[in-house]
Design a binder for this molecule. Sequence first.
Ligand code: NDP
Length: 450
Amino acid sequence: MSNSFDYDLFVIGGGSGGVRAARMAAQSGAKTALAEEDRYGGTCVIRGCVPKKLMVYASEYSSTIGDAKAYGWKVQAGGFSWNEFKGKLHSELDRLEGIYRSVLKDNGVECHDTRARLMDPHTVELADGATKTAKHILIATGGTPVKPNTPGAECAITSNEIFHLRELPKSLLIIGGGYIACEFACILGGLGANVTQYYRGERILRGFDVEARDVISREMIRSGIDLNLDTNISGIEPKNGGHHVTAEDGTVRMFEQVMFATGRSPNSGDMNLRKTGVKLGTRGEIITDDYSQTSVPSIYAIGDVTNRVNLTPVAIREGMAFVQTVFEGRPTPVDHDLVATAVFTRPEFGSVGLSEEDARKNEAVDIYRTTFKPMQQGFAGREEMAFMKLVVSRSTNRVLGCHIVAPGAGEMIQLAAIAVKMGATKNDFDRTCAVHPTMSEELVTMKDPS
Ligand code: NDP
């Protein structure tokens, strides 16, 4: 490529999207550099999906022991050691970070362990004042948790700090009703904390299928989470080693720890973006076209900093499409349609496609649903219910949405998503023979719309 620049590509941000793009670009022959000011692996590996999922696993053992007894095992639950788990957790994150670093090194990507910002459309400045030029610059700086301006908010934690707590709190208030709030309510409840959740709206998990959200709420409450809807806080005051939290209705309650899970914002500040001509949206997100190109032709952006679909696999896809477009001569738009997702509540929630409410806005639909007690949990005497729902177009018979609330729903929805993405009809689901006895067989045995 061009000889007049230090690099063909300079990537800012070493999370999942940035690392994948840098590696693929280098493999295609591009001289590539990457700057990361924090740990390699980014939100997903260091302070998001990976440590969260390991905490989900840890939290599930509390009920597994009770279930084992119900299945005839003579077992005794000891206590959960947060410190023992935390030590192993952080060793695992160190290992994964090492893999990210060596992937870059092995592919010849030059790494700068420092912050970088734009100087002009082809130049970045590193924190030590050094400047580097590149034919293309890719911004993959991710996002960060935000707290509201509530008085006392500074004494509350976010998901960034949860993996580093010295001790597990005995009581915790989580504020928010999105992915992070609901997942951590279930995790910390499973680990033995008394969890209270305040959500300002009437139903958690806004944007998803209403019935599925109601099932998850019920199951969270059944599992012992004190879920308060239409509730927000007006202030936090540290007192006697804990926190006095005042709700907007004046109720004051005491919690050992308070965690905000009130959304994330793009990491686009302090990077000279506007001055360089990169257009930002109202929330600070970098505006891109379908090829992840910004308003400055040499600068591209992927992942959460663009606030499109804020999920790790999507950032990775965007990174790969960027490399195909810019370095492999194959202009590739990013397909954001029918992205499946899982919320690791207890039970899990997997979803792909349209909710019933969104589908009904466009056309007449038939709804197939089932609610049942899973065999494994039922035998153990648990009341936990599973729920599955297909939203089907009445005119084309196509499955427009699939929503599963059940143990293992994250695994199930990945497979269902293949069929939905291929445009499967309800008849295709019905032609598929059931795998028995499983929970997911319900997806192909729902006979009548309700
Ligand atoms: P979300 O945007 O999903 O949820 C934020 C929540 O905070 C909403 O319930 C919102 O309420 C509430 N909220 C926002 N502002 C305030 C406020 N001022 N006072 C009180 N409540 C407020 O953000 P998360 O932080 O949970 O997660 C961020 C993103 O990260 C997700 O959207 C997802 O893309 C990704 N993620 C994915 C995961 C996965 O794949 N399993 C796991 C974790 C995160 P309202 O609904 O009324 O706006």
